[in-house]
Design a protein around this ligand. Structure first.
Ligand SMILES: [Fe+2]
Length: 193
């Protein structure tokens, strides 16, 4: 079996188990924890998710990160991406309008979690996503992502709905002190299949 076929089969089996876990419902944090465990199991097959197969953007690219689509249902539910970054990334505090699970494979991605306060937001806690760890978010939960230059980062991002279907994601503009809506993601690539 080729590496691509092995990866494809393993992703299909993982996503089948995740669909079963949700059972057509909106997941709570307990269900998302079980989803996280499935993705952490998938992440153990490191030979299937290398930087050779999922290279970060070139150094002259506008963005330091990009997404590779690994799986998505025909109705755009259960969108799994490999997120890869090389260089500084500072995504502002944002929601997803759907549930999300992030699991680490390579490098470190610092996640800050926020709560809304009367005039903006306040940091509640921080977690590092790296090999063997992950975080879960409900549709209204807020986080920001921070990656330092010097070490490539590769992780899984799973969303209840594909990012192209999430035009209303909100982010906090610290400069203007207002909520804004994210423009559509500009660098989603199809994984080789
Ligand atoms: Fe996010």
């Amino acid at each position: 079996m080729t590496l691509i076929q092995e990866r494809k089969n393993l992703i299909v089996r993982t996503m089948d188990r995740i669909r079963t876990l949700l059972n057509g419902r909106n997941p709570d944090l307990d269900v998302l924890d079980a989803v996280k465990s499935e993705l952490m199991e998938l992440a153990k097959s490191k030979h299937l998710f290398s930087l050779e197969d999922f290279p970060p953007p070139d150094s002259n690219s506008e963005r330091n990160s990009c997404l590779y689509r690994l799986s998505e249902d025909d109705d755009h539910q259960f969108a799994l991406y490999a997120n890869v970054a090389n260089g500084t990334v500072d995504a502002p505090p944002h929601d997803h309008t759907t549930w999300a699970v992030i699991v680490g494979l390579l490098g470190q991605e610092r996640n800050k979690f926020y709560k809304k306060i009367s005039h903006g937001i306040a940091v509640e806690r921080e977690e590092i996503v790296e090999e063997g760890t992950g975080v879960t978010l409900l549709p209204d939960d807020l986080h920001s992502i921070h990656i330092q230059a010097g070490e490539a980062v590769l992780n899984f991002h799973l969303y209840g709905l594909g990012l192209e279907q999430l035009p209303g994601r909100n982010y906090w503009s610290a400069h203007n002190k207002i909520w804004k809506v994210f423009p559509p993601h500009t660098d989603i690539r199809e994984a080789r299949s």
